[in-house]
Design a protein around this ligand. Structure first.
Ligand code: AMP
Length: 599
C-alpha cells in the first residue's frame, strides 16, 4: 500500500493504490478505444442475437460492425414506442434485450408530454457504479487532501410509479440511490458524505432537504466540497437555507429536531447526530441574518475547495449566481450521463466551465456520431441514410449528434445531444457539450421545445377568445435571476375592442393555462420539486416585435428569412423587450401533476 506517496500514472500521480487502479483502467480503456468498442458491440449483438428486435433486421447472429451498420437503422424514441409499450404492459419476451428488463428509467426528455421510459437491465448498475468509481481518483489528481473531510451533497430520490405490467418507473438517480450499490457502498475516505443515507432516501423532499442541510451545518468545518447533481439543485438548497435558517438555527441551539421531520427512521438517525451547539447556532444565525448573502457558501463552509455541480449545457445560465454565492469557488463538472446510458467523465475537472470536455468511456456502450451541421436544420430521413462515424474517427472541431447502442437493448438510438470534439485522450475523443436538440426553455431538468411552447400559447389563447383578443407575436425567456427560476413569455396582444380587454385576472389565468399544457417534467418541477417558479406573461406594447425585427435586420438578418425567435437571451434584445412591457402577470396556482403517467 502506497498511501501518501505518489503512484505514477499518465494522468498524474495517484494518491493511493485504489486510485492508481482506476486511473490505469481509464488509460487502458482510452488507449484501446476502438478495440474496446468493437468488443462492446460484439458482446451486445451476441447476447441479444435472439431478441425480436435484432431478428427483425435479419442480423442472423452477426456481431461485426459492417453487418450491424448495413442492417440496423438509426432510430428515435418514437420509433421504439410500440416495443416499449409492450414491455411496460408486461410482455416479458426478449423484445429488445435478452436480459430481463429490471425497471424503466424515466428520462427528463419527454414524448407526447410524458417522460420517456428507458428500459434498463440489472447489470447496468455495475456500469454506472464503475463510472462513479473513476470520478474521485481523477479529482484527487487535482485537489489534494479530500480524504481529510467530507462532501456536502444535496441528493434526492423522487417519486416512482409502476407500469401496467408491474415494472418500476423512476429516475435513474432514484434507482441508483435506492440500490445496494449505493446504500451499502464500502467506506472510502475520499468519498464521505455529510448526509446520512436515511436523509437522501427520504421520499419527502422537505424532510430530505432539511435534514441534509442540518447535517451539513453540523459538520460545517469538515466540508471540503459542496454539490448537487445540477447547478439548479445547489441553488435550490441555498434558497432553502434562506427560507428555513431560523428553524435550523433553533434546532442547532437546542439540539431538538424540527417537528416537521416525521419520518421515523430519519428522526431516529437525526437524534443520534443532533446535539445542542449554541456557539455554532449563533454563528450561522449571524451569517444568515446579514442582508448580503454574497459568498455565503464560503462563510458557512469555510474549508470548501470547489463546488461539484454540472454547469455545462443549459446549466451554464447559473454560473454567475453560483459565483456570487460562493465568492468564485472553482466549479467542477465531473461527468456526463443520461437515463439511457452513462457516457463519460471530465479528466480535467478543475478547468473553467467553458472549457469542460467529457471523455466518453468506450466500455459503457457502443457509440456512433451523426455529423451535425450547425447551420442546417439537421434533418435526416431514412431515405437518405446518413453516415455515422465511429468513436475513434470523429474529427476535432466538428459537431455530432450522439447515437448509442446499449447493453439494455437500444440500437443506434439518437440521444438528442449535440457535442463538439475538442481533442483526444489517447484514442478516446473528448467532447464539449453543445446543447440538447430542440430545447427552447429549461430551468431545472425540464426541457420545453418549440412545439410545446406553441401548444401552450394556443391553450392560453382560448381564454382570450371572448375578449376578441389575440396574440400577435410571442417569445420566451428562462429567467434564472429568481430562485427558483421561471419561464417568462412575452406577448404582444391585439385587443380588438378596448372596452372589453382581458383583465389582470384573465391574463394570470392564461399563465396557468400555459403551465397546464406544458409537459409533465415541467409540471413536476412546479408542483413536487419546487424547482420552477410560477410562469410569467409580460405583455409588451404594440409594435414591439416589429422593432425586434428591425433590430435583427440592422444586425444583418435577411428580411425574407427573418423569423421571430421563440426564445431570447441576448441582452440587447432582452433590454428592448423589457423596456416595452406594459403589464406583467403570474400564474396564480399550481398546474395539475401526479406521479402517474397518462399513457
Ligand atoms: P436524463 O435522460 O433525464 O437523465 O437526462 C440526460 C440528459 O441530460 C443528457 O442527454 C444531456 O442532455 C443532459 N446532461 C447530462 N449530463 C450533462 C452534462 N454533464 N452537461 C450537460 N448536459 C448534461
Amino acid at each position: 500500500m502506497a498511501v501518501g506517496s505518489a503512484i505514477s500514472s499518465p494522468l498524474g500521480p495517484a494518491s493511493c493504490d485504489k486510485d492508481a487502479k482506476a486511473l490505469q483502467f481509464v488509460e487502458e480503456t482510452t488507449r484501446n478505444a476502438d478495440l474496446v468498442q468493437e468488443r462492446v458491440l460484439a458482446e451486445i449483438l451476441a447476447r441479444n442475437a435472439n431478441t425480436e428486435y435484432l431478428k427483425r433486421f435479419n442480423l442472423n447472429g452477426a456481431t461485426d460492425r459492417d453487418s450491424f451498420k448495413s442492417k440496423l437503422p438509426m432510430i428515435t424514441y418514437e420509433d421504439l414506442q410500440p416495443e416499449i409499450q409492450r414491455i411496460a404492459n408486461g410482455d416479458r419476451s426478449p423484445i429488445l434485450s435478452a436480459h430481463p428488463i429490471s425497471e424503466f428509467l424515466t428520462s427528463s426528455g419527454t414524448s407526447a408530454g410524458e417522460r420517456k421510459l428507458m428500459p434498463t437491465i440489472q447489470e447496468e448498475l455495475d456500469r454506472r457504479q464503475l463510472l462513479y468509481s473513476l470520478l474521485m481518483p481523477v479529482m484527487n489528481l487535482y485537489v489534494p487532501g479530500l480524504d481529510k473531510g467530507k462532501g456536502l451533497y444535496f441528493l434526492f430520490v423522487k417519486s416512482e410509479t409502476k407500469t401496467p405490467g408491474g415494472l418500476l418507473a423512476r429516475p435513474v438517480l432514484t434507482s441508483y440511490y435506492k440500490s445496494e450499490h449505493f446504500k451499502t457502498r464500502p467506506y472510502d475516505p475520499y468519498n464521505v458524505y455529510t448526509s446520512p443515507n436515511e436523509a437522501i432516501l427520504c421520499p419527502d423532499s422537505f424532510q430530505s432537504m432539511y435534514t441534509q442541510m442540518l447535517c451539513g451545518l453540523i459538520q460545517r468545518n469538515q466540508v471540503l466540497r459542496l454539490g448537487a447533481v445540477f447547478a439548479s439543485g445547489l441553488l435550490r438548497a441555498i434558497r432553502f437555507l434562506q427560507l428555513n435558517w431560523t428553524q435550523l438555527v433553533h434546532d442547532l441551539k437546542t439540539g431538538t429536531l424540527n417537528p416537521r421531520i416525521t419520518d421515523p427512521v430519519l428522526k431516529e438517525t437525526m437524534t443520534r447526530i443532533l446535539k445542542p451547539d449554541p456557539e455554532m447556532s449563533n454563528f450561522i444565525s449571524r451569517e444568515c441574518s446579514k442582508e448580503d448573502w454574497e459568498g455565503i457558501l464560503t462563510r458557512i463552509w469555510p474549508n470548501t475547495k470547489y463546488l461539484d455541480v454540472i454547469v455545462t449545457g443549459a446549466m451554464a445560465q447559473y454560473i454567475p449566481t453560483l459565483d456570487y454565492y460562493s465568492g468564485g469557488l472553482p466549479l467542477a463538472c465531473t461527468m456526463y450521463a443520461s437515463s439511457e446510458c452513462y457516457f463519460g467523465l471530465n479528466l480535467n475537472p478543475m478547468c473553467k466551465p467553458s472549457e469542460v470536455s467529457y471523455t466518453i468511456m468506450p466500455n459503457m456502450a457502443y457509440f456512433e456520431f451523426l455529423p451535425h451541421d450547425p447551420n442546417s436544420a439537421g434533418c435526416t430521413t431514412r431515405d437518405s441514410p446518413p453516415k455515422l462515424v465511429d468513436l475513434v474517427d470523429v474529427e476535432v472541431g466538428k459537431e455530432y449528434e450522439l447515437v448509442i447502442t446499449t447493453y439494455a437493448g437500444l440500437c443506434r438510438y439518437r440521444v438528442g445531444d449535440i457535442l463538439r470534439v475538442t481533442g483526444f485522450h489517447n484514442s478516446a475523443p473528448q467532447f464539449h457539450f453543445v446543447r440538447r436538440k430542440n430545447v427552447l426553455l429549461s430551468i431545472d431538468s425540464d426541457k420545453t421545445d418549440e412545439a410545446e411552447l406553441q401548444k401552450a400559447v394556443e391553450n392560453a389563447l382560448q381564454l382570450l377568445k371572448e375578449f376578441n383578443t389575440s396574440v400577435v407575436e410571442y417569445t420566451s425567456y428562462a429567467d434564472t435571476k429568481t430562485i427558483p427560476g421561471h419561464y417568462v413569455i412575452y406577448w404582444e396582444l391585439l385587443v380588438k375592442d378596448s372596452a372589453n380587454s382581458p383583465s389582470e385576472e384573465v391574463l394570470s389565468r392564461c399563465c396557468l393555462a400555459m403551465e397546464e399544457s406544458l409537459n409533465s417534467v415541467y409540471r413536476q418541477g412546479r408542483v413536487a420539486d419546487n424547482s420552477i417558479g410560477p410562469l410569467e406573461i409580460r405583455v409588451v406594447k404594440n409594435g414591439t416585435f416589429e422593432e425586434l425585427m428591425d433590430y435583427a435586420i440592422s444586425r444583418g438578418a435577411s428580411i425574407n428569412q427573418y423569423k421571430v425567435p421563440r426564445c431570447v437571451n441576448f441582452t440587447p434584445i432582452m433590454e428592448l423587450l423589457d423596456s416595452r412591457v406594459i403589464s406583467t402577470h403570474f400564474s396564480p396556482a399550481l398546474p395539475r401533476w401526479t406521479p402517474e403517467r397518462k399513457r
